[in-house]
Design a protein around this ligand. Structure first.
Ligand code: CS2
Length: 462
């Protein structure tokens, strides 16, 4: 069985012009794939940094594999009728999260033009108001260190790393650069800008003026369903290609990328691969966040109570399908888009969910609900109650989440849930009230609907 290497399988590494923080499966299925096939791919290499915010460096077999394979990996696109496997070579180099020196050096390199990130909602270290969380111990630590002008010692948070990079870039007079966050967060460009500016203000206010002149922030909507690859996937693809790859990524055929904003130092021709550059990403973002991610979260909590394990199993159950359609009817009222476009997207989603070859675990989607519910589900509840309507498709997701927090359905994988556990341990009606309060929902009619649905869902437990 052969191993991946650039001489035999890929093209030579392109010069690094993009730094990516959070080089996980999603980026390798999405941004790296768009970059791989862009017309000017030979000019744009990605330096991929692991994004974990931990004090102890953590190694994973995937990181080792990518190092050994010179950044190459196989991308297996799972069409309903079979695999299409490609070797991806746009990641020119991979780094561990603790390779701080390499990070600083790359930021100081004038050739580098773009910083992309997928560090999840939590990685930007925001408080409940969406500002930089100045009470977070790691944020405090990073700020103290950077304040002293120390660009040598490690910093650990996303904002800390970005500021360290920008200080190094300013010191080197290396010119403009653009941040392109690729997380599922509404208006992620503005969000990153706010966080970076707030961090700069703490560390060195004179950096703000330099940021005004030199740093661009682009907002994006990203989409491609990317389940974690399993041993079974790795075995099957090894059989198909003769290459054993611990860094294998599996994904669906569909991909979408919509971007808005100014790239101050150039960018790859991603449009040649289908990326859309628009003036306003917000309607696209809301469409994806509510219809796709919202239905994902609903299924993750509600369908797992019925005993389903994957999105495919869930959507094939008529009862779950009905819940999803009801949620979509609610969410559609809040989208500033033509009904036809919404309906087409709903139809396409059903097809994507019904791809029998995508084993997308509900347990994977259920992670980090404290970050997801407030942006995926709650805005629709709040929007509809203004007209006196209780969005029962949306409240079901909240009801199922309350049960999830009480240990029913998919397991909890959410550091943020620690704060909620004591609030959900008593009687069900108290738990519902507390969770609604936490989600800033105070209308009695909504709280009652959540309780009723929680009781109903509990009775359906597999
Ligand atoms: C999912 C997303 O895990 C989740 O929360 O909803 O990862 C989803 O698969 C992607 O956003 C699809 O683009």
């Amino acid at each position: 069985m052969s191993k991946l290497n650039r001489k035999e399988h890929g093209r030579p590494a392109a010069p690094t012009r993009i730094i990516h923080l959070g080089i996980g499966n999603f980026t390798r299925a999405h941004q790296a794939w768009y970059t791989e096939h862009a017309e000017d791919a030979d000019e744009w290499g990605i330096a991929g940094f692991a994004g974990r915010t931990t004090l102890e460096p953590r190694e994973s077999p995937r990181d080792d594999a990518l190092d050994a394979q010179e950044g190459l990996y196989q991308l297996c696109i799972q069409n309903p009728d079979g695999d299409k496997v490609e070797v991806m070579s746009s990641v020119s180099h991979t780094y561990r999260s603790h390779e701080h020196e390499a990070w600083t050096k790359l930021f100081a390199d004038p050739k580098v033009a773009i910083v992309t990130s997928t560090i999840t909602e939590a990685g930007y270290c925001r408080d409940n108001e969406g500002n930089l969380d100045l009470n977070d111990e790691l944020v405090k630590k990073d700020i103290e260190l950077l304040k002293c002008g120390d660009l040598e010692s490690p910093v650990f948070t996303g904002p800390g790393k970005f500021i360290r990079g920008l200080l190094a870039r300013r010191n080197a007079d290396a010119g403009p650069i653009t941040f392109v966050p690729c997380d599922n967060i509404p208006e992620n460009g503005e969000m990153a800008e706010r966080i970076i500016r707030q961090a700069a203000e703490q560390v060195d206010p004179s950096l703000l003026e330099w940021i005004d002149q030199k740093v661009g922030f682009v907002t994006t909507m990203v989409d491609r369903i990317t389940p974690r690859a399993t041993d079974e996937d790795r075995d099957r693809v090894a059989e198909e290609t003769g290459i054993r790859d611990e860094g294998l990524v599996v994904t669906e055929p569909f991909a979408e990328w919509v971007l808005a904003g100014e790239f101050k130092a150039g960018r790859p021709k991603w449009e040649t691969m289908g990326a859309k550059f628009v003036d306003d990403v917000v309607p696209h973002e809301m469409r994806k966040l509510f219809l796709l991610n919202g239905s994902h979260s609903l299924m993750a909590y509600a369908a797992s109570i019925l005993g389903h394990e994957t999105v495919y199993d869930a959507i094939c159950d008529e009862r779950v399908r009905g819940w999803v359609e009801e949620w979509w009817d609610n969410a559609a009222t809040q989208l500033p888009l033509p009904q036809k476009e919404i309906q087409d997207y709903r139809n396409a989603l059903i097809e994507r969910y019904k791809n029998p070859r995508i084993k997308h675990l509900l347990a994977q989607i259920a992670n980090d609900g404290t970050q997801k519910l407030p942006i995926r589900i709650v805005p629709t509840i709040q929007g509809l109650i203004k007209d006196g309507t209780v969005a029962t498709g949306a409240t079901r997701a909240v009801a199922a989440w309350v049960l999830h927090l009480r240990g029913i359905g998919a397991p909890i994988g959410d550091a943020g849930a620690d704060e909620l556990k004591p609030l959900v341990s008593g009687e069900l009606d108290e738990a519902v009230e507390n969770v609604c309060k936490w989600l800033k929902i105070d209308d009695e009619r909504i709280v009652d609907a959540v309780l009723e649905q929680a009781e109903e869902l509990e009775s359906l437990k597999a």
